[in-house]
Design a protein around this ligand. Structure first.
Ligand SMILES: C[S@@+](CC[C@H](N)C(=O)[O-])C[C@H]1O[C@@H](n2cnc3c(N)ncnc32)[C@H](O)[C@@H]1O
Ligand SMILES: [Zn+2]
Length: 311
């Protein structure tokens, strides 16, 4: 195949920005089509000639369950999340930042999955590092990139709680679209955000969306405390995927404590394509007013919280 995405991605990215996720050594070298840690001798494969696989040797069973569920669901994922259905998510995570992104911007897209947002980001920036632990989702993303002739993406299979990056200040924009609610402990969520602060360049931007613990979820929780689904403060979806519902102040404090400067925040209900269309067509000034009314209107039922923060 002649149009492989980054067929030599390892040559085209500087491996000095990477570290071994088992022993944290930065002494890595490219050897025999794989990356080898010279300190613990761990080898990281490059799957399908494009996906750098840097998972830690040990992964908790909660995460293994999610990896399995995401792999099994990868073929259906895009079908369930139609363009209309997710347009508000993309509005808050990508479109709102179009003035910030440029052809020099280096982006880290965490929990990229099948790449709904990754593909959109590639058009607005220099390079995107797309990270997910679901190999099958990344394979779907890889196919999309090949079909669209897009080559400015580095695909990485990694655990966001053990990112293989070494150098601080290496990303201009970090997209955390809908994954932080699946990180199974407070300590881990805190550690991830603190590490992201370190990876972000000065004045860089972080966009984050997460499940919101809305009043409607709280009342379901009150009536049916043992319900499996997504209404409890935390729990498991039917496919065994862990989730945590944030309140707006909780995520605010979490970001603030890691020293992020909070630029904007809000609530939204993401299955509202009409709102996405209205916001997209509005002028910049009207957008601000419209976002505020969306926030007021949805305060009790919004199923997502949104933050934009900077370093
Ligand atoms: C709800 S999906 C969002 C996918 C994509 N960002 C979107 O908006 O369509 C969450 C993604 O995060 C990934 N994910 C969750 N926890 C992860 C972890 N610890 N490390 C790497 N990926 C993770 C899942 O595999 C899944 O693809
Ligand atoms: Zn090592």
């Amino acid at each position: 195949m002649s149009r492989l995405v980054n067929p030599k991605s390892i040559h085209s990215i500087d491996i000095s920005i990477l570290k071994c996720v088992d022993c944290f050594s930065t002494e890595l070298s490219y050897y025999n089509g794989a990356i080898r840690c010279m300190s613990c001798q761990r080898e990281y494969n490059i799957i399908d000639d494009s996906i750098i696989s840097m998972l830690p040797s040990r992964i908790s069973s909660v995460k293994q369950n999610e990896m399995r569920a995401r792999d099994n669901d990868s073929l259906n994922y895009d079908r369930r999340r139609s363009e209309d259905y997710t347009s508000l998510l993309d509005y808050f995570c990508i479109e709102k930042h179009s003035g910030f992104l440029s052809q020099d911007t280096v982006v880290l897209d965490l929990g990229a999955g099948t790449g709904r947002s990754t593909v959109k980001l590639t058009k607005a920036c220099k390079i995107v590092f797309a990270v997910d632990f679901s190999l099958e989702s990344l394979r779907i993303l890889r196919r999309k990139l090949i079909n669209a002739g897009i080559s400015n993406v580095v695909l990485m299979q990694a655990d966001i709680s053990r990112l293989p990056f070494y150098k601080p200040d290496c990303f201009d924009f970090i997209n955390c679209e809908d994954f932080i609610q699946h990180i199974p402990s407070f300590g881990e969520r805190e550690r991830i955000l603190s590490e992201l602060y370190c990876f972000l360049k000065k004045n860089g931007r972080l966009a984050i969306t997460a499940y919101h613990y809305s009043r409607s979820k709280q009342s379901v929780d009150f009536i049916q405390p043992d319900k499996v689904g997504e209404s409890g403060k935390q729990g498991f979806h039917l496919n065994d995927i862990y989730y945590y519902n944030f309140s707006l102040p909780e995520l605010y404090v979490l970001l603030y404590q890691q020293s992020f400067r909070i630029l904007e925040y809000g609530l939204f209900f993401f299955e509202l394509p009409v709102w996405a269309r209205i916001l997209r067509r509005a002028t910049r000034c009207d957008r601000i007013k419209l976002e505020k009314s969306l926030y007021r209107f949805l305060k009790s039922s919004a199923n997502r919280v949104y933050f934009c923060a900077s370093k």
